[in-house]
Each structure stands twice: as C-alpha cells, then as structure tokens.
Design a protein around this ligand. Structure first.
Ligand code: ZN
Length: 331
C-alpha cells in the first residue's frame, strides 16, 4: 500500500495513544477494585511476592519448591478471581481491554499488518481521494426515489424508471446486508446520470463503516494503475495492484471511458477473474449498453461478467439535470 513515512508514523502514533489510553483505563479499574475490595490488593501483593520467589527457585533449579509455589500461586489467583466476582465486578475487569483484540493494539500480528492497520490505510486512501467527503453527501440516508418517474418507461424492458431504481436499491441493500456471508457482484448499467455512481457510493460508505476495505476507482484510474504496476516497474503502483485484487470490495466506475486496447482488455479480465477466484466482490458501473460492452471487451470477459454479476439496469431522465432544476426552483 502507498504509505509515506509520515503517514506510517501517524498510524503508529495512533496505536501508541490507544495503548496508553487503555493502560490508564486498566489502572483506573485496579484503583476502583482495590478501593472496594482491600483484601483483593493483599491477595495480588501476595501473588506477586510469590512470583518473585518462583523466579528465584527457577534460577536455583529447585524443582520441588517450584512446584509448591506454583500450586500456591494458582490457589491465590483463584481466590482473587472469586473475590472480584463476589464484589460484583465482571470476570475480565482487571484484564487489559483492547480496541483491537486481534493485534492487542500493536497494528501487527506476528510480522503481518493487522486488519485494523489495513483499515487505517484505506481511511487514508479515502482522505487522499476526497471520496470520504463525497460519501457524506451520497449515502443511503440521502438517497431519494423522488427523482425517478413511474411514467418514464424503458422501451427495451417496459419497466418504469421508478421500478428499475427500486430493484437496484433493494439489491444494493441486500448486497450490503449479506456482505461477507454471501458472495456476489453487482453490475449497474443504463443511461448516464441516473444514479449508478450514487448507489455505488451508498454501498461503499456502508461497507467502510463496517471496517471493510473498499477501493473506488474510475475505469480510467483503474487501467492507469494496472498499466503502471505491470512487471513491478512502479513499486507503488504494483502495491496498489496487489490491493486491487485483495480488497474486500472493488468499485469500478464508468467502465468504457478508458482508452481500450488489447492489453487493457486482458488486464481487466485478469483482475476480475482473480477477484472471482478469491471470492472478493466487485461492483461495476457503466453508461454503455450491453451490446457495446461485448464489442469492446470480447465475449470472454463479457460472459465472465454476466454469469457472475447481478445485472441491474437503471433507466430514467438525467437525474443531475433534475437535481439542478430542483435547486433552481428553491433559489
Ligand atoms: Zn488489530
């Protein structure tokens, strides 16, 4: 992932702050418990002096004394736990609590970055791409059906604009609700400006809020990155490429706006195929018709898409125009 040194340092500082905060909280809980249960403090002190003795016996190699001490420590610990629970405290009251139990707020599990670290990186990517700001405006809470007419009928399918967006909305909700449990992919197509990108953004926000890694790229950006990262020529791009294959959700917006050649076509196929094999979901949106897609990307890619994606056609008047008109009326 693309992280500058200062970004990396900023993340590590956050972990240090978490550790410090949780350590202080633990100290507070100890103080609280000792105030209410003075006998608990005595037990803990007894245990710690026995532990010191245990270390000494270990050095001396006195096996018998060591075994006796172990039993004593175990008995006292059980007594202390019973006292804590009898005093009305939860069993884990004096255990350290972590924001992320998996890495104990260190950011790493063994030498691998923890999922919470990955989440930090994604947040940073969003900061950089300004999508975070966009997602404040475009999410399920701000979604409106009022832009869609029940009278605008798609001549091809006979469905109204309102009916197509209801379907797409329901599928998007289902996609979010079953994400991680069921594997599927969405393909939004239809007229420009009818809310395909808006729906993708709704999904992106919901999933990011649930700690999933989401990468959002316009088709143009996607192919640019794929090309730069090829053969690991550009190290940063190569890292992003790896993440494109592994992130929880990849959103490819405006497919068909990139410069298409045989190389980009095969790269798209590899990327989509790899994600299918990894069972990582992808959302694609395009203004192109299905016929136009077959012409551009070949039958092979296209059938790979149609057989693995839920195809959702959205039709209607250009919403961006409608929104503008409504805004003008308000003025
Ligand atoms: Zn973690």
């Amino acid at each position: 992932m693309i992280l500058t040194n200062s970004q990396y340092d900023a993340i590590m500082r956050t972990y240090e702050q978490k550790q410090l905060h949780n350590h202080k909280e633990l100290e507070k809980r100890y103080t609280n418990a000792y105030e209410k249960l003075p006998a608990l403090k005595e037990l803990h002190e007894a245990i710690s002096s026995l532990s010191v003795g245990q270390a000494r016996k270990l050095l001396e190699g006195d096996e018998t004394a060591l075994a006796e001490l172990k039993v004593q420590i175990k008995d006292l610990s059980e007594e202390a736990n019973a006292l804590l629970i009898a005093g009305g405290f939860p069993e884990d009251y004096l255990e350290p609590h972590y924001d992320c139990a998996d890495c104990k707020d260190t950011g790493y599990i063994a030498n691998e970055k923890c999922h919470c670290f990955q989440k930090f990186i994604i947040d940073m990517l969003y900061e950089q791409s300004n999508l975070k700001h966009l997602l404040q405006k475009e999410n399920f809470d701000t979604f409106s059906f009022s832009y869609y007419s029940p009278n605008y009928i798609d001549p091809e399918t006979g469905h109204s604009s309102l009916a197509t967006i209801r379907d797409a909305y329901e599928e998007s909700r289902k996609f979010v609700d079953t994400f991680g449990k069921e594997f599927y992919n969405l393909f939004f197509y239809g007229d420009p400006g009818v809310g395909k990108t808006f729906l993708s953004n709704c999904i992106a926000k919901e999933l990011i809020d649930r700690s999933n890694s989401v990468i959002y790229l316009s088709s143009f950006q996607l192919f640019d990155t794929l090309a730069k990262g090829r053969f690991d020529k550009d190290e940063q791009a190569a890292k992003i490429n790896k993440h494109l294959l592994n992130c929880d959700l990849l959103i490819i917006d405006d497919l068909g706006t990139e410069l298409v050649n045989s190389l980009t076509v095969s790269q798209l196929f590899l990327c989509l195929n790899e994600r299918l094999l990894n069972r990582k979901s992808t959302i694609i949106s395009t203004n192109l018709s299905l016929d136009a897609l077959v012409d551009i990307y070949s039958e092979r890619i296209f059938s790979r898409i149609t057989s693995n994606y839920t195809m959702l056609k959205i039709t209607g008047d250009d919403i961006r125009i409608k929104k503008k008109l409504m805004n003008m009326e308000e003025m």
